[in-house]
Ligand binder design. Structure first.
Ligand code: PMP
Length: 390
């Protein structure tokens, strides 16, 4: 009997995933000449020379084979020492630390390791664009809890608690946040901890921007009393160490969870790239001063950029971390898509419309200030001209 012809070979889950809203703008931006991009979430620094050199040396020495599945033992030791030094959390390097292909893979592994079909995972919107599709791909159900610009995107613990059901497995939090730059306060962390304990939830803490915190000391979710046991800490080298192209990140979690993630990782990925792991080792051993310099540079640009946005009539809170400003465009009466599209076509400045980060991002745009001061000045000039014409 002749089999019935399929309409598509693509799985229903994948077919139903929305394409990234950011992509459309990048395709449009790359088709135009002379565009200043405040769109990408990427440092404008080249990775420090000592890190590149360590990786080159590893290649020269012929370290070109696989590493242990969980990553080079000495790198895992350095990661554990780094987490102890910076955030005062203790992880066993052999059983509780996993080196991954970017924080992206750590997030994917965390979700796939914990989600049963239909389990709910709470996301705090506006949120990083990958969380929702990763939850869906893991077979889970994303549940959005909104935050509001009027409240500087602070976490509303009452709303969060109302979103918890018997099926809720975990909450994903991102601090400093992409796209809002908001850093969870001590009270929010404590509240979240109480809630996670009361409802027996895990927290997937995306701390990829922790090194780029501009006010006060950073508190890791895992450092809050009682939280180490229910936190999967996700971080990496892309942002703080300016290593996006190296594709290197890590996860730290209690042994049972970390080993479940490793089980997937050993089949799906084998290990993270070897030469990148040697670079990361050097980053943790000697990178602190360069990170501090980059942080200071972003801080200066943040202060200038956010003050300029406010002056031109786009109200913007001072973000505590990351390298994004998230101003309101509500005074213009345009939707965030309209604003971003017209700004791109009329003035050749690329920003990301806030609605791609969830409904509560509507009325806002995300501008990355990880660009040179000259580029920021020119972009601000163009934005001002655009606003004057509206
Ligand atoms: N989490 C957040 C919040 C991010 O903004 C990004 C990068 N845009 C990632 C994770 C992924 O980072 P990596 O390059 O380490 O995969």
């Amino acid at each position: 009997m002749k089999p019935q012809t399929r309409k598509t070979y693509v799985s229903e889950t994948v077919a139903q995933l929305k394409p990234s809203g950011i992509r459309r703008f990048f395709d449009l931006a790359s088709s135009l000449e002379g565009v200043i991009s405040l769109g990408v979430g990427e440092p404008d620094f080249v990775t420090s020379w000592s890190i590149r050199e360590a990786s080159i040396l590893a290649l020269e020495q012929g370290y070109t084979s696989y590493t242990a599945n969980a990553g080079l033992p000495e790198l895992r030791q350095e990661i554990a020492a780094y987490l102890r030094r910076k955030f005062r959390v203790e992880y066993h390097p052999e059983t509780e630390v996993l080196v991954t292909v970017g924080a992206s893979q750590a997030l994917d592994l965390a979700l796939r390791a914990i989600v049963n079909p239909g389990d709910e995972v709470i996301l705090i919107e506006p949120s990083f664009v990958a969380y929702e599709p990763l939850v869906v791909l893991a077979g889970g159900k994303p549940v959005a809890v909104r935050t509001s610009g009027a409240d500087r995107f602070r976490l509303d613990l009452t709303q969060l608690e109302q979103a918890v059901t018997a099926r809720t497995k975990a909450v994903i939090v991102c601090s400093p946040n992409n796209p809002t730059g908001t850093v969870l306060s001590r009270a929010e962390l404590d509240g979240l901890a109480r809630l996670a304990q009361a409802h027996d939830l895990l927290v997937i803490a995306d701390e990829i921007y922790a090194e780029l915190t501009y006010e006060g000391e950073y508190t890791s979710m895992a450092a809050v009393a009682g939280m180490r046991e229910r936190t999967i800490l996700v971080s990496g080298f892309s942002k703080g160490f300016a290593m996006t192209g190296w594709r290197l990140g890590f996860a730290a979690a209690p042994e049972e969870l970390l080993q479940a993630m490793l089980k997937i990782h050993q089949y799906a990925m084998m290990c993270a790239p070897t030469m990148a792991q040697y670079g990361a080792l050097e980053a943790l051993r000697s990178g602190e001063r360069d990170v501090a310099e980059m942080r200071n540079s972003y801080r200066r640009r943040r202060n200038y950029f956010v003050a300029s946005l406010n002056e031109m009539g786009l109200p913007c809170h001072l973000p505590g971390g990351a390298f994004y400003a998230f101003p309101s465009i509500q005074p213009t009466g345009l939707t965030s898509e309209q604003f971003a599209e017209r700004l791109l076509l009329e003035e050749k400045v690329a920003v990301v419309p806030g609605n791609v980060f969830g409904q509560s991002g509507e009325g806002y745009i995300r501008c990355s200030y990880a660009s040179s001061l000259e580029q920021l000045q020119e972009a601000l000039k163009r934005m001002k001209r655009f606003l004057a014409r509206l």
